[in-house]
Write a protein that binds this ligand. Structure first.
Ligand code: AMP
Length: 118
């Protein structure tokens, strides 16, 4: 699947649509999900144009990969979730339930997250 430059997260990255920012660095942006599924629901995305985790792992630089992974831990600290626990996940493709075709890790926190898959 080729990258769709008009997906909603691309628009957020270009500043065309606002977001509730939690954290940003050279390669990563984290912001609150517009439709939170738990008390705390944040999305961590690379600034580069990657459709999903497979695209990212195949095509991103090592620096981008390290920074995105480290950002998840950093954001969990910012959210006060590191010691209490949290869940991170990424959906890939149709069967995975991915709606937005720009790689994003969900971070769920702030309460017991519950069953892993429903
Ligand atoms: P997924 O199903 O894994 O692709 O998740 C997409 C997520 O993006 C959903 O949890 C949506 O609520 C969230 N979302 C969609 N549009 C926005 C937006 N403009 N700002 C923040 N989150 C959004």
């Amino acid at each position: 699947m080729s990258y769709d430059k008009n997906n909603i997260f691309a628009k957020i990255l270009r500043g065309e649509i606002p977001c509730k920012k939690v954290y940003e660095n050279e390669n990563v942006l984290a912001f609150h999900d517009i439709n939170p599924q738990k008390k705390v629901h944040v999305l961590v995305i690379p600034k580069g144009e990657y459709v999903d985790l497979d695209d990212f792992n195949n095509n991103a630089t090592d620096k981008e990969i390290v920074e995105l992974n480290k950002a998840i831990t950093h954001v969990s600290i910012l959210l006060g979730a590191k010691n209490k626990g949290y869940r991170t996940l990424t959906n890939i493709g149709g069967d995975g339930g991915q709606e937005v075709p720009h790689l994003h890790f969900h971070i769920f926190a702030g309460e017991k997250i519950g069953k892993m898959v429903t």
